[in-house]
Every structure is written in C-alpha cells, then in structure tokens.
Design a protein around this ligand. Structure first.
Ligand code: PEP
Length: 239
C-alpha cells in the first residue's frame, strides 16, 4: 500500500522537522513494507535522514530546470534535497488556482523525463458525480488526456473534488465502482483521497483496487497519520 500525506499550506519548517522525526521513528519501529510519502510545503524541504520506506515529495513545481518564473520552484531547487517525488494535478491546483490540463501535461512530461515518481491526481466535481457514473468516468479519463499512463513511476490518486477537505467521504460503493472502472484503463497503482481519517482508513484500504490513500487534513497530525500507517500494516497487502 501507499500512504501519502499532503500538508497543503500547513506546517512550518520547525513543525515539519518534528513531524518527520516522529514519523520516521514510528515507521522504523513498525517495520512495515508499505510506502509512505509526505508532501510538505516547499519552505520546509530538507535533506532528511529517513527510513527507506519514506519519501519526501513536492506538492507542485514548474516544468523547468531553473529560469524566470517568479514564485515557482524548478528541478534545481528540488534536487538540492535529493527529492524525486512530485504531486501533479491536485484538484486545488486545477480548480482553485486554475491550472489547465495543458499545464498539468507539461509538468507531467518534464518530471517524467527526469525519472520522478509522480502522484497524479484526478477527480470529478459534485455536479459531474450527480450526473452519474458514466459522466464521472468520462471526466476522470479526460484528466488523463496527454498523460503517459504506462509510465513505470506513476501513481494515480482518485480524489473526488466534492470529498476533498469537506468531511464528506465517497461511499465505499462509489469508491469501489469508480476504482474498478478506472482500473480497466490504468495499470498504475490507484489511491483514494477525500476526507480519509483514522476511523475510515481500514474500510477504504479494504476496497478492491484501492492501493493506498492520499490524505490531506487528517494527515497534518502526525499521530493520526501514524495510526493510518498502522492500519495499513494490519492489512498487510503490499504492492
Ligand atoms: C488532499 O488534499 O489530497 C485531500 C484528500 O484532502 P482531505 O484529506 O483533507 O480531503
């Protein structure tokens, strides 16, 4: 399984350091084979000395080695920390910050060419979900347009927009049906994301075709995130 934490615009450099140290101790003691990914804000990146099951990634980056892109970071800034993992296409970047599919594809192609592990997010808004499953699948497949889905370092995160940060989790039936249909096209591991918390981690990880979780809000508390990793360990289904 893959258990991922997205800090979004939360945690400072200091609190990230404390978080990562605690997480590292927990994962080392647990001796689990699950993969743990953490996406802190870029201001809190460091070269952490970590258990080999944990990787640090960036939440976003521009498709460039370096250059004149005010406010952005590129490959040179990321590689300084030995980071080789990136989150691309998160719904907040698409729907709040207006990132287009073309921009997402450019980032994907660039970081793919650099061999990065890419957690690529897709997910439909509420009005599409209300139209029914065919619209849901068409919308999610459109977000894969231009993306090489056979890339060996790809992980897809299915995150319905209406479930992100809202406390509303998709039902187990909705998750199972959607992942089953996505899996017909996507061979890469698929994570579910959208208001996952300690209390529903196990039932979500137990869903067929669910190969992990991408957690926002509930992951900001290190103890809660560790509990989720502990739940995955109990299932013991490794990728
Ligand atoms: C996310 O940001 O990817 C996410 C799933 O957020 P939350 O867990 O808060 O819904």
């Amino acid at each position: 399984m893959i258990i991922a934490a997205n800090f979004k615009t939360n945690h400072t450099r200091e609190s990230t350091k404390e978080y990562i140290e605690k997480l590292n101790r927990y994962v080392s003691d647990l001796n689990s084979d699950d993969t743990v990914l953490v996406f802190p804000p870029s201001t809190a990146l460091e070269t952490f000395d970590l258990n080999d099951k944990i990787s640090i990634g960036v939440q976003n980056a521009y498709a460039t080695e370096k250059g004149s892109f005010t406010g952005e970071i590129g490959l040179e800034q990321i590689e300084e920390f030995g980071i080789k993992t990136i989150l691309i296409g998160h719904s907040e970047r698409r729907h709040v910050l207006g990132e287009s599919q073309d921009e997402v594809v450019k980032k994907y192609d660039f970081y793919k060419s650099k061999g990065f592990k890419i957690v690529y997010c897709i997910g439909e808004p509420k009005e599409v979900r209300e139209e029914g499953i065919e619209s849901v699948i068409a919308y999610n497949f459109a977000q894969l347009e231009g993306i090489d889905i056979s890339y060996e370092n790809l992980i897809v995160a299915y995150e319905p927009v209406w479930a992100i940060g809202t406390g509303l989790t998709a039902s187990n039936e909705q998750i199972e049906e959607t992942l089953g249909l996505l899996k017909q096209k996507i061979k890469a591991p698929i994570l579910y994301g959208g208001s996952v918390k300690v209390a529903n981690t196990k039932e979500i990880l137990d869903i067929k075709n669910c190969e992990g979780i991408l957690v926002g809000t509930a992951s900001w508390d290190v103890d809660a995130f560790c509990e989720m990793i502990g739940e995955a360990r109990k299932i013991g289904r490794y990728l």
